[in-house]
Design a protein around this ligand. Structure first.
Ligand SMILES: [Zn+2]
Ligand SMILES: [Zn+2]
Length: 124
């Protein structure tokens, strides 16, 4: 199954996640093709730039947070561990819910200011 590893930026077939080693299956519904692992939510920094030129970075894109669009749609924020490039992607229906939840809750669990006082301010 690893034979598709080099083409996973245009994947329409199953490939092996380079981060967790899990098999990544294509999204069955919708027109968007999966570019990330639904288990660990990592993807690779492979880009088709303007003119179809491939970006050669291929660093691991680490999921670092969740962005909720004004429409309520969730997007995942990923950062390339190699070059620091940050990108957002819509989440897929079968993405790891536990991981998404953890990412969304993390900033609230690690507040850089006292939660009690902030809640008081919100309540005012
Ligand atoms: Zn993975
Ligand atoms: Zn990169």
């Amino acid at each position: 199954m690893s034979r598709n590893r080099h083409t996973n930026n245009i994947n329409t077939e199953t490939f092996i996640c380079s981060h967790c080693g899990g098999a990544v299956v294509p999204v069955k519904s919708g027109s968007r093709q999966r570019n990330h692992c639904q288990t660990c939510l990592y993807s690779l920094h492979v880009d088709l730039g303007k003119g179809g030129r491939r970006c050669g970075c291929r660093g691991e894109m680490e999921p670092i947070g969740v962005w909720v669009k004004p429409s309520g749609e969730w997007a995942l924020i990923r950062r390339c561990a190699k070059c620091g490039f940050i990108r957002t992607n819509r989440i897929a229906a079968d993405d790891n819910e536990v991981l998404l939840f953890t990412l969304a809750a993390k900033p609230l669990m690690m507040l850089p200011f006292p939660a009690e006082k902030t809640l008081e301010k919100i309540g005012e």
